[in-house]
Ligand binder design. Structure first.
Ligand SMILES: [Zn+2]
Length: 282
């Protein structure tokens, strides 16, 4: 999951038209709400670089995008066409999350639409308004919450992929991971193959080339700099998959915990760690 910048005040025109033409239905939950919220799809794909809002994999290559209601339509019917309530997901995350939307305290749930002068109060429909923030949902909102404050990564005990762990006191990171099943096997392996395996291949290549000439921290560090430069560039490239993992492994302790165990030779592993510390000190 990565933080996405979306301007909640500039919704796609089609969505605004849908909301205006169906205002009565939205207020009264008359169940005539159609699929016109899907007209926001292309704009969402653009903002999310065609990646799923929850698992951050590219889905367009094989499947369709699903326009997901962050707050489920079945409960929050008045948010059916609300721009800040729509996010793109892959079909798997969509099927797994379904209409789950637990709150830290269920008594905080808003159960009826906000009304002002007989009309839907649009300001109180925006996901960042005090009333909706005050619900304290467990599921993180990628356009409001900064995932870096809630999620971290660990190497699976059997080195079968990279798992996400929650790190915040309220348990929002942990619950988001469970509700969307972000540690399903296919995703854990995907993180490993698309992020970690490429780095290991490059490191092993450098190690192999240098061993012939006698490997020292000094001789390795110079060559290693181009790998670190690439890691830093990739971590800033929001179009790539698993950007949060790419940022996380730039921390020295995480590089040691997640990347280095794949370097088989213990002495070589120590040299790589020392070289890495020269470039990344945090
Ligand atoms: Zn997904």
């Amino acid at each position: 999951m990565r933080k996405v910048d979306k301007n909640f005040n500039v919704a796609p025109k089609e969505l605004i038209n849908c909301a205006e033409n169906n205002e009565k239905e939205l207020l009264e939950n008359r169940h005539v709400i159609g699929n016109c919220y899907k007209k926001s799809r292309s704009k969402l794909e653009e903002l999310y670089f065609e990646k799923c809002a929850y698992c951050e994999t590219e889905y367009l290559k094989n499947t369709d995008t699903w326009v997901e209601h962050y707050r489920p339509q079945s409960v929050y019917y008045w948010l059916a066409y609300e721009w800040s309530n729509l996010i793109p997901t892959c079909p798997k995350c969509n099927r797994i999350k379904k209409a789950k939307f637990p709150l830290i305290n269920s008594q905080n749930r808003i159960v009826s639409p906000p009304v002002r002068d007989g009309r839907l109060d649009k300001e109180k429909c925006k996901a960042d308004c005090n009333e909706l923030i005050g619900e304290l949902p467990y599921v993180l909102h990628p356009e409001i919450d900064n995932p870096e404050e809630f999620l971290d990564f660990e190497l699976d005990k059997n080195k079968k992929g990279i798992e996400i762990t929650g790190i915040d006191i309220l348990g929002r990171g942990k619950n988001t991971t469970e509700i969307c099943n972000l540690n399903r096997e296919s995703l854990m392996l995907d993180r490993q193959s698309k992020v970690i395996d490429n780095i290991i291949q490059l490191i092993e290549f450098l190690l192999h080339t240098n061993v012939k000439e006698g490997l020292t921290v000094q001789s390795f560090t110079g060559l290693f700099s181009f790998i670190v430069r690439k890691l830093k560039e990739d971590a800033k490239n929001e179009k790539l998959e698993h950007t949060l993992l790419r940022k996380t492994i730039l921390k020295t302790n995480k590089f040691e915990q997640i990347v280095c165990p794949y370097i088989k030779n213990v002495n070589q592993r120590k040299i790589v760690i020392k070289a890495f510390k020269k470039f990344c000190s945090n």
